[in-house]
Design a protein around this ligand. Structure first.
Ligand code: ATP
Length: 515
């Protein structure tokens, strides 16, 4: 299936099956804002639990907090967001469409990269088993030409970003002959900086009000609480503080569904370390965070590490974990070595000493920080992109297709569907009896409407890993049929074994053990 079609299908599926709705849809929606529906909110909660348990529960030196969205305005002066949280924007004069200049250039670079991949594919086909990729890309003149183009562009773009040279960024767009995807023209405005923070007023008395911001990241809520947590938790370096919460950014181009929203959720952890030891911990967290994604069991080739061209004002190393979304490889998680920038800034702006006394070294210092920051919504989208499957199934009267969400069982919104084969003869009562038992541990669904085949399809479409069917025999032999979502296999099992079988497979432990 073409990737673009897949993306459209996923979006339509999430709406049709109660995962995600456009916000305020009855008023024609609000751009780049989405609501999580009955199954979406369950999946989101399960992802949060997986992250929280992996980070807080499984690490004795990490604790979690929940800080407020509103923070003292000086926070954002100190963090650099008031002065530097900008994106370079450019408008096409013909289509009147607005773009992020850096994204236009990155997409152009990605296109050249795709040309290389095309050459490689062609050659692999031609040479068969004898094909050696490394040798081919190192020697083929066409590939070398493309690579040189990429390298030159990267260097020029990097220099322009470093120097904050907006004219040069525009010139790169012009020299690369990048056209507006809507109008097809190259009639561009100048590049301007645009601050992404949403400002609002606090206080009801005119004149006394103050501009405050909706937080653009959850991290600062951790930094300003560093001293409180370290002291009350008697935390010893190295230690981490984790947080899950909403963040807000007035994105210039908010598209690609829940990939880039104006209100979204982050799962962030700041890990405080000794100065000089940050690179060791940077590597450690890069590795562990990759494992967290891999543990979901999807193909590892869907993930790749990407080192940043331009480091943010606070970082001395940064890597993204990128995921192959239906619209290409894009950032899913950022891992940053933030130095002592944030704590030092808050120390300076607040006038309060933010230091750690290291008993072993017998000295005070401002800790260095490694941050892991993953988008909850992007993780959700990566999961759906992996899980959405269309399958042909052979039936006696021809073939049929089923759409199934192969969500890892511990994260599935509904774990078990309980179904009486027919709506009479005491089967519904028996089914509800079983449902009541399963509900103590799991989110379950009772379904007695339509044929059993249709009911299985409905559960496949929302990703329920187990269906339990109660038939007439169940009343006498104390057994039921369990049907597995992924291979559609059916088994006869004792009613007394249902909880054991289900609980073992849906336990978060199955994911956590892989870390
Ligand atoms: P991008 O380059 O895509 O704008 P970023 O580098 O600004 O992302 P970070 O500031 O590192 O992102 O934020 C950490 C994580 O928060 C990202 O990896 C992403 O998963 C998530 N995130 C950031 N912005 C958005 C958004 N507008 N909508 C949804 N998730 C987001």
């Amino acid at each position: 299936m073409a990737q673009n079609d897949l993306f459209k299908k996923i979006i339509a599926h999430t709406k049709e099956y109660g995962y995600i709705f456009q916000s305020s849809e009855i008023y024609d929606g609000l751009a780049a804002v989405y609501d999580y529906a009955q199954y979406g909110s369950e999946l989101k909660n399960n992802i949060k639990n997986y992250w929280w348990q992996a980070m807080v529960q499984m690490n004795e030196n990490i604790v979690g907090i929940d800080s407020a969205i509103f923070m003292h305005p000086t926070t954002w002066k100190a963090s650099g967001h008031v002065d530097a949280f900008n994106d370079p924007l450019i408008d096409n004069k013909d289509s009147k469409k607005r773009y992020r200049a850096d994204v236009l250039i990155e997409e152009y670079r990605e296109k050249i990269q795709l040309k290389i991949e095309k050459e490689v594919k062609k050659a692999a086909k031609r040479f068969g088993d004898a094909f050696n990729r490394d040798e081919f890309v190192a020697t083929n003149s066409r590939v070398l030409g493309y690579q040189e183009k990429i390298d030159k562009l990267t260097k020029r773009f990097q220099d322009a970003l470093e120097a904050n040279d907006l004219d040069e960024i525009k010139q790169i767009i012009i020299d690369s002959e990048i056209a507006c995807p809507v109008s097809g023209s190259r009639n561009w405005t100048d590049v301007r900086q645009f601050n992404l923070m949403f400002g609002t007023e606090i206080g009801s008395v005119a004149g006394e009000s103050n501009t405050i911001y909706l937080r653009p990241e959850t991290a600062q809520g951790i930094f300003v609480n560093y001293l409180n947590v370290q002291k009350t938790g008697r935390m010893k370096i190295p230690f981490g503080i984790a947080q899950i919460g909403k963040a807000f950014r007035n994105e210039i181009v908010a598209r690609q569904f829940i990939f880039r929203m104006r209100e979204f959720e982050q799962m962030e952890m700041q890990f405080f370390v000794r100065p000089g030891e940050e690179m060791k911990w940077f590597e450690y967290w890069k590795d562990l965070r990759q494992k967290w994604h891999f543990a979901l069991g999807f193909p590892q080739k869907k993930y790749r590490m990407h080192d940043h061209d331009k480091l943010a004002h606070y970082a001395n190393a940064a890597t993204d974990i990128e995921f192959d979304f239906p619209f290409g490889f894009k950032e899913l998680e950022g891992i940053h070595s933030r130095t002592d920038f944030d704590l030092s800034q808050h120390q300076e702006f607040s006038g309060k000493k933010i230091q750690y006394f290291d008993n072993e070294l017998n000295k005070n210092y401002v800790p260095y920080v490694i941050e892991t920051s993953v988008g909850l919504d992007r993780t959700f989208l990566s999961l759906l992109s992996n899980a959405y499957t269309e399958e042909k199934i052979e039936k006696a009267d021809g073939t049929d297709t089923r759409v199934v969400l192969k969500i890892p069982a511990p994260l599935a919104p509904i774990k078990v569907a309980v179904m009486p084969l027919v709506k009479k003869d005491g089967l519904p009562e028996k089914a509800r009896e079983i449902l009541k038992r399963l509900q103590f541990d799991n989110n379950c669904q009772y379904d007695e409407k339509d044929s059993i085949g249709k009911r299985y399809r409905r559960q496949d479409a929302i990703g329920t890993p187990f269906c339990i069917t109660i038939d007439h025999d169940s009343l006498t032999d104390n057994s039921v049929t369990i049907r597995y979502r992924d291979d559609m296999k059916q088994e006869r099992i004792s009613i007394d074994d249902i909880e054991k079988i289900v609980n073992e497979k849906v336990s978060m432990r199955r994911l956590l053990e892989k870390l």
